[in-house]
Write a new protein. Structure first.
Length: 117
């Protein structure tokens, strides 16, 4: 488990650009739920599942195509090969409870832990 995590850990505290392919209010193509937050990926990265590394953008209340922010935490899925970055505006902070509440629409299907610096 320790090794799997390292590929995403280097983003903690970094400013990163998220390309948003699931804007807030859009519907998941397969599971039909609505995204209550902007959700996307970090271009030119590769997660263990072979796709780009995914990210939740918190604290932005309108649909976006792109967002530049700070990675404050990682949701490490214990029963899935796919970590998720938590990206927010500079100076913003979210507690683990807030992160859980805001990502529950998708993360409730997985067992996970929240990792910080």
């Amino acid at each position: 488990m320790g090794m799997m995590r390292d590929y995403s850990k280097k983003y903690l505290g970094q400013e990163i650009t998220v390309k948003i392919d699931r804007p807030m209010g859009s519907k998941h193509p397969k599971w039909n739920f609505i995204y209550p937050v902007n959700y996307g990926f970090i271009p030119n990265t590769k997660a263990p599942d072979g796709e780009e590394l995914d990210a939740y953008v918190l604290g932005v209340f309108e649909p976006k195509e792109e967002f530049i922010g700070i990675c404050i935490a990682i949701i490490h899925r214990i029963n899935d090969n796919d970590d998720k970055l938590i990206v927010v505006q500079k100076e913003k902070q979210y507690s683990d409870e807030q992160i859980r509440a805001l990502t529950e629409f998708q993360e409730s299907f997985f067992k996970s832990e929240i990792i910080r610096q």
